[in-house]
Design a protein around this ligand. Structure first.
Ligand code: ZN
Length: 344
C-alpha cells in the first residue's frame, strides 16, 4: 500500500527512493492511465508537453508563486484526484507535493529544468510572510527524467541545479563550526559520504557544463543521495548551511523571486569566502560548470549586499536556522568591499 503523506515535517529513516525512469516521451506513458489526475506546472513547461498527453487532466494548475495563500487557494480549486503530476521547475514540484499532501493522492514529478532539488525532496517549500517554511513529508512515486524535455530547456537552468549539491561544501564546513562550538555532534560517516559526493560532482563538472545526459543524471542522483542522508540523519545538515540562509535572506529582503540555484551560486561564493573554505577552488569549480556567481546575477548592488550581510546574524537567529559561520564571523564594511570587488 502507498505510504500516507504526512502533515508534520519529519525525516523518515525508512525513506525509500522514488522510482527513477529515464527515457524519452515519458509524458505519454504516464498519462495513459485510468486515474483522474491534475497537473501543477507553469506556462513554458506546459507548452512543451500539452500535446503529448494521452488522457486529459481534470485540471491544470499554473503556479505563480509558493506563497501560503496562493497555494491554499489553488489546491481548493481542484476536484478529488488519484494522481498529481508536477511538471517544470521548483515551484511546480512544490505545488504538486502540496496537492499530494492535501488530496492524499499519488505523486509523479517531471522536472524539465533543475532550478532546485524540489523534484526529489519530500518536504514542501512554501513562503509564509516572505520567509521560506518547509512543511509536510510526501512520498514521491516516480521521477521521470525525459531527456527530450531537458534538451529544450535553457542550459543555464539545468547547470544551476548543481547549486543544491555544491551547497554541501559550505554546509559541511558549517557543521564543523557547530561541532567545534559544542552545539552539535558530527556524524562522520555522513560527513565522509557527502565529501565523496562533492568529488563526484567535481569529476562530472564538464558533463554538467555541457548538459549531457550524464550531467543531468549526475545532478539527479546526487540530489537523491543527499535526501537519503537527510532522512537517515534526521536533518539536512550535510546539504544546507549558510549559503541557503544567505539565499533566504536575499529573497526576503529584495522580495523578488529568483531562481534558487542562482541564489545559491552567489551564496556559495560569499560563504566560501567568509569560511575561508577553498574559496578560489570553489569559484573555479563553478566556472568549470558554467555557473555564474556574480552578485549582478541576482541584482545585488554594494549597498544591498551590505544590508544583507549586516542583518544576516539577526535573520538566522530569528529564523531558527542552523548554527553556522554567520554566527561567528564578524562582518564589517571591509569584508563587504572585498566581496563586492571579487564577486562583481
Ligand atoms: Zn536548496
Amino acid at each position: 500500500m502507498r505510504k500516507r503523506h504526512l502533515e508534520d515535517f519529519a525525516y523518515d529513516p525508512n525513506w525509500e527512493s522514488p522510482e527513477i525512469v529515464y527515457g524519452e516521451d515519458l509524458i505519454s506513458k504516464v498519462t495513459r492511465t485510468k486515474e483522474k489526475y491534475a497537473v501543477a506546472t507553469m506556462e513554458i513547461p506546459w507548452n512543451l508537453v500539452r500535446d503529448k498527453l494521452i488522457k486529459k487532466p481534470e485540471k491544470v494548475v499554473f503556479v505563480p508563486n509558493m506563497h501560503k495563500e496562493t497555494v491554499e487557494e489553488l489546491e481548493k480549486s481542484l476536484p478529488q484526484i488519484d494522481l498529481v503530476i508536477g511538471i517544470g521547475g521548483g515551484s511546480s514540484h512544490d505545488m504538486a507535493k502540496y496537492i499530494a499532501l492535501r488530496k492524499q493522492c499519488r505523486l509523479v514529478q517531471i522536472p524539465t529544468i533543475f532550478s532546485s532539488d524540489a523534484s526529489v525532496t519530500s518536504a514542501i517549500g512554501i513562503r509564509k510572510k516572505g520567509k521560506v517554511k518547509y512543511i509536510g513529508h510526501v512520498f514521491i512515486d516516480q521521477i521521470l527524467i525525459d531527456f527530450s524535455l531537458f534538451k529544450k530547456a535553457p542550459k543555464n537552468l539545468i547547470r544551476l541545479g548543481a547549486g543544491d549539491v555544491l551547497s554541501s561544501h559550505i554546509a559541511l564546513h558549517d557543521w564543523k563550526v557547530a561541532t567545534r562550538s559544542g552545539l552539535e555532534k558530527m556524524n562522520s560517516s555522513a560527513y565522509e559520504k557527502a565529501k565523496q559526493f562533492l568529488s563526484y560532482l567535481k569529476e562530472n563538472r564538464y558533463e554538467i557544463r555541457d548538459v549531457t545526459e550524464k550531467g543531468i543524471k549526475t545532478i539527479l542522483e546526487l540530489y537523491l543521495e543527499y535526501v537519503r542522508i537527510a532522512h537517515r540523519l534526521g536533518t539536512d545538515r550535510a546539504q544546507e548551511g549558510s549559503e541557503h540562509f544567505f539565499a533566504y535572506a536575499v529573497e526576503y529582503l529584495t522580495k523578488r523571486q529568483i531562481v534558487h540555484g542562482q541564489l545559491l551560486a552567489v551564496g556559495i561564493a560569499v560563504m566560501a569566502y567568509l569560511q575561508d573554505n577553498a574559496f578560489k577552488d570553489t569559484l573555479g569549480l563553478m566556472e568549470d560548470m558554467g555557473i555564474d556567481y556574480r552578485l549582478q546575477k541576482i541584482g545585488l548592488t554594494k549597498d544591498a549586499l551590505a544590508e544583507i550581510l549586516f542583518s544576516l546574524k539577526k535573520f538566522v537567529k530569528e529564523g531558527g536556522y542552523y548554527y553556522s559561520v554567520i554566527n561567528e564571523k564578524k562582518i564589517d564594511s571591509a569584508v563587504v568591499e572585498n566581496l563586492f570587488e571579487i564577486l562583481s
